[in-house]
Design a protein around this ligand. Structure first.
Ligand SMILES: NC(=O)c1ccc[n+]([C@@H]2O[C@H](COP(=O)([O-])OP(=O)(O)OC[C@H]3O[C@@H](n4cnc5c(N)ncnc54)[C@H](OP(=O)(O)O)[C@@H]3O)[C@@H](O)[C@H]2O)c1
Length: 301
C-alpha cells in the first residue's frame, strides 16, 4: 500500500515507519521543517512539505494514498483548544479526501476517561464530542464517516508510550521531580496510568492498518494500569530523591500542566485488541523501563 503518515518524525511515528516499510508499504510523510524532512528521508520515507493546518497538502496527500496514518499532533499544552481545532480540521480534511474509497484512516487518540476504578474497554466510546471537546472531538467525528465510505480506526495510546528517548509524560514527571527535589504522587497515589512500550505500540499500529474493521477502537495498551505511587517511587529511586504525597489541592502548583493528568485514575484493557490483532506486548513494563535508567541519564545531561 501507499501510506501517508503524519507525525512520522515523532516519538511513536518514527517507530511505526520501520514497521510499515518492513511490511512492504511505500510511505510518504508530512514534514513541517527541513529537519523533519531529512529525518523522514533518512528513515526511508518520501517527505511531503507541509503542516497539519495545510488542508490542501493533507487532502492531496491522502487522496493519492491507499491509507492514512495520522499521528501528528501539536502538543502545546498551553493551547489545547487550538490543538483540538487543528486536529478536527485534519480529520475533516482526511474524511473529504477519502470519501467513497474505503481507505483506512488510522488516527491517534487517548484511552477513554471512565469513572475511577473502572476499566475502559475498546467498546467504550469516548465521552468527547464536538469541536470544543479534547482532541477536537476527533473520534466521534471520524466514526461518523463510516456511512461516507471511509474506514476510520482510532488507535488509543496509553498515556505513557515509554522507552529510551521518550520525551512525553514520564519525562515531564522526571523533570518536575528534579526541579522540586521530590518525586510526588497525588493524594494516596492509588490512581493508575495505563502504559505501553513504544515498540509494542508501533507493531500494533502496523497490524491494525491491515486488519482493523471500520470504526474499530484499538487499545495500544500493554499494562492496564500502573499505580501512580509506584511510578513516583520508581522516579524517586532513579533520581535518588525522596517520594512524597502531594495534596490534591496543590497538584497544579506542584506539577504544573502534567498535574491534572497525573491525578487521573485511568485504566484500560487490551483484551479485545490482543485477540483481534493477534498482538502480545513483549517489551519492558513501565517500571522495568524506569529501572533501566535511560529517563534519568537523559535528564541529567
Ligand atoms: N507519546 C504518548 O505517550 C502518547 C500517549 C497518548 C496519545 N498519544 C498521541 O499519539 C500521537 C503521536 O504522539 P507522539 O508521542 O509520537 O508525539 P510527538 O513525539 O510529539 O510527535 C508529534 C509529531 O507531530 C508532528 N507535528 C506536530 N505539530 C505539527 C504541525 N503543526 N504540522 C506538522 N507536523 C506536526 C511532529 O513533527 P516534528 O517532528 O516536525 O516536530 C511530530 O512528527 C499524538 O496524536 C499523541 O497525542 C501519544
Amino acid at each position: 500500500m501507499r501510506v501517508f503518515i503524519t507525525g512520522g518524525s515523532g516519538w511513536i511515528g518514527s517507530a511505526v515507519v520501520p514497521e510499515l516499510l518492513a511490511a512492504g508499504h511505500e510511505v510518504h510523510g508530512l514534514a513541517r521543517s527541513d529537519e523533519s524532512a531529512a529525518r523522514l528521508r533518512a528513515a526511508g520515507v518520501e517527505p511531503i512539505v507541509g503542516g497539519l493546518g495545510d488542508r490542501e497538502v493533507l487532502r492531496a496527500s491522502a487522496a493519492a494514498s491507499d491509507a492514512v496514518i495520522h499521528l501528528g499532533y501539536n502538543h502545546d499544552f498551553g493551547d489545547q483548544a487550538g490543538a483540538g481545532r487543528t486536529e478536527r480540521g485534519a480529520i475533516e480534511t482526511f474524511g473529504d479526501a477519502l470519501a467513497g474509497t474505503g481507505a483506512p484512516l488510522l488516527f491517534a487518540s487517548g484511552v477513554a476517561f471512565v469513572a475511577p476504578g473502572q476499566v475502559a474497554t475498546e467498546e467504550v466510546l469516548a465521552p468527547f464530542a464536538g469541536p470544543e471537546a479534547p482532541r477536537g472531538g476527533a473520534e466521534e467525528l471520524a466514526f461518523g464517516f463510516v456511512d461516507r465510505g471511509i474506514h476510520p480506526v482510532a488507535v488509543r495510546f496509553a498515556p505513557t508510550v515509554h522507552g529510551a528517548g521518550d520525551h512525553g509524560f514520564i519525562a515531564e514527571l522526571v523533570r518536575v521531580a528534579r526541579e522540586k527535589g521530590v518525586s510526588g504522587y497525588v493524594g494516596d497515589g492509588a490512581g493508575h496510568w495505563p502504559a505501553v512500550y513504544r515498540g509494542d505500540a508501533a507493531r500494533l499500529v502496523a497490524r491494525a492498518l491491515e486488519n482493523a474493521s471500520a470504526a474499530t477502537i484499538v487499545h495500544a495498551v500493554g499494562e492496564q494500569g500502573v499505580r501512580t505511587r509506584d511510578i513516583a517511587e520508581a522516579i524517586g529511586a532513579g533520581l535518588g530523591l525522596p517520594v512524597a504525597s502531594i495534596d490534591p489541592d496543590d497538584v497544579g502548583e506542584h506539577f504544573g500542566w502534567i498535574g491534572r493528568i497525573f491525578a487521573l485514575d485511568l485504566q484500560a484493557s487490551n483484551e479485545l485488541t490482543r485477540r483481534r490483532f493477534d498482538w502480545e506486548p513483549t517489551g519492558p513494563t513501565l517500571l522495568e523501563d524506569l529501572a533501566a535508567g535511560s529517563y534519568f541519564a537523559r535528564a541529567a545531561a
